[in-house]
Design a protein around this ligand. Structure first.
Ligand SMILES: [Zn+2]
Ligand SMILES: [Zn+2]
Length: 171
């Protein structure tokens, strides 16, 4: 998970509706990213304040309006799992795109120096990735299929260790 994804998901995080696996990913990111930690604290303070304000307003809502409001909230809650699925699909599509870009850049020898270094040290320690990227460089053309799952997972981890906004290939 990167900083932007985290920011998107904070609302789910605080209302307790978040998928446990996502929550784990988010906690792991928070533990090692100070800017996100600070942002999360601010976010929580602001949303607590908003909730208090909302509670206060509710006392002044006439019953029939409140009934309509409850119906609306209920309908919104039903759509909620769908939204999470949409969000996850979007993240997955973005990820596949990024991995494909990285694999083509690696094949063409056009990785930025930061990611090239990370890849190099990872490949030295990981025979599976080492072999995959070696043969990629030899052929010089990206494969038409996604990398195998194991390699994919390592590439995702490598990309996540890059600082936010860091490009992984040369223009
Ligand atoms: Zn972060
Ligand atoms: Zn690997």
């Amino acid at each position: 998970m990167n900083c932007k994804e985290l920011a998107y998901m904070l609302a789910d995080y605080f209302d307790g509706s978040m998928d446990p696996r996502l929550r784990e990913e988010l906690d792991a990111h928070l533990a090692m990213c100070e800017p996100c930690m600070v942002f999360t604290k601010t976010y929580q303070a602001v949303s607590d304040k908003t909730r208090l304000l909302r509670r206060h307003i509710e006392y002044e809502i006439p019953p029939e309006v409140r009934k309509r409001l409850e119906k609306f909230v209920h309908a919104a809650a039903l759509k909620y799992p769908e939204k999470i699925r949409e969000y996850r699909d979007q993240v997955e599509r973005d990820r596949r795109g990024k991995i494909a870009d990285l694999v083509s850049a690696a094949a063409a020898g056009r990785l930025s120096s930061a990611i090239a270094l990370l890849m190099e040290s990872h490949c030295a320690a990981c025979p599976e990735c080492g072999e995959y990227f070696d043969s990629l460089r030899k052929t010089g053309t990206p494969p038409s299929v996604d990398p195998p799952d194991g390699i994919r997972a390592h590439v995702i981890t490598l990309m996540q260790t890059l600082p936010p906004g860091e490009e992984f290939f040369l223009a």
